[in-house]
Design a protein around this ligand. Structure first.
Ligand code: MLT
Length: 338
């Protein structure tokens, strides 16, 4: 007897075939991904720095790139992507392939950018994975060597008289040098002429050369020049004096009560970077930060390596969220132009 052939007889086997193929291809993709995770890294990794070479962020990046690379068995290459206080680089990383080969080091600017820029092409809390915090860096208020005031009291009096003629360098909107300058100007009630650069590396060179008057910069690149009197130093931005500069008062001691600016840094990867790769990157960062030679170099510049608990996803992500909530309202209130 011949059975009737219905649509069902065609549809079911075809459907099973399609489902079978797609299950196989999903398994294939998962297998390829797990192989890629296992092999990671098998080529150099790029660590993007959002400011100019030779500046504080660049110096920290180059210091940790070497031991991180050693631990991973591949070179970590530092790449400087400049512009808009770090947000050009952040945009590039947010859109990069999430395969672990593009990493990003950014400081407190990751938290201040959303309030500073009307249109930001990325969301710091949604478009990244968080490898960990790295270091905390104090800042110092500096002037060119032949700038007339000799201490903070004289500086404030001088700026109240000559403010509009005085230039203060910074590394652009969202840079911590800009933030420190804004807090300083607000504290003394004087508006200075600000000069933006693409990083405090070039800004500091111009301070040394006498082309600009003032700069608030991190200790990372400035300490040897402070110690050898190549610049004038008015105070450190932290509530306590620094072990490396015991004779330099804090700005708080000098009369700017409550002045407290410190720069934290984190390392990020694009959203979607696989968890096994994130784990390898986090381990490499911990190894780098535990290296005694790195610790000694950081100590020389009064840079604090963060406690290991902060070298973690929650250690960075939670801190970033708190910092966005801390700076956002202050920046919006200050009405800083984009
Ligand atoms: C730099 O590396 O040039 C600085 O971190 C810039 C800044 O934020 O002041």
């Amino acid at each position: 007897m011949k059975l009737p052939i219905t649509r069902h007889h065609f549809v079911m086997p075809v459907l099973s075939l399609i489902l079978g193929i797609s299950a196989l291809s999903c398994a294939g993709i998962a297998f390829a991904q797990s192989k890629a995770n296992e092999k990671f890294p098998d080529r150099p990794i790029s660590l993007i720095v959002p400011f100019a070479a030779g500046g504080p962020t660049d110096i920290v990046a180059r210091l940790i790139a070497v031991p991180m690379g050693k631990s991973l068995g591949e070179t970590v290459i530092v790449e400087n992507v400049l512009g808009a206080g770090g947000t050009v680089a952040a945009t590039k990383v947010a859109k990069a392939k999430p395969d672990g080969y593009t990493l990003f080091i950014y400081h407190i600017g990751m938290a201040t950018a959303p309030a500073l820029h009307d249109k930001l092409a990325y969301d710091p809390m949604k478009d990244f994975e968080y490898i960990g915090q790295v270091v905390d860096v104090p800042m110092v208020l500096l002037a060119r060597k032949d700038f007339p005031p000799n201490n903070l009291k004289e500086l404030i009096a001088y700026l109240k008289k000559n403010g509009n003629k005085v230039t203060m360098a910074n590394a652009g909107p969202g840079a911590v040098s800009q933030l420190c300058g804004l807090v300083f100007m607000d504290a003394i009630g004087v508006k200075l002429t600000t000069i933006p650069y693409k990083g405090t590396g070039p800004a500091f060179n111009d301070l040394l050369g006498g082309q600009v008057d003032l700069l608030c910069d991190q200790t990372t690149q400035t300490l040897p020049f402070i110690k050898s009197d190549k610049v004038k130093t008015y105070g450190v931005t932290t509530p306590k004096r620094l072990a490396s500069l015991p004779n330099v008062p804090t700005l708080d001691e000098g009369g700017l009560k409550g002045f407290d600016v410190k720069v934290w840094h984190g390392i990020y990867a694009p959203k979607g970077t696989p968890a096994p790769i994130m784990k390898k990157l986090n381990t490499a960062l911990k190894v780098a930060l535990s290296d005694p030679a790195i610790k000694a170099r950081m100590d020389e510049s009064s840079i604090d390596i963060v406690p290991m608990a902060k070298v973690s996803e929650p250690g960075l992500k939670d801190h970033l969220e708190k910092e966005i909530n801390r700076w956002g309202p202050l920046i919006r209130k200050a009405n800083i132009p984009d």
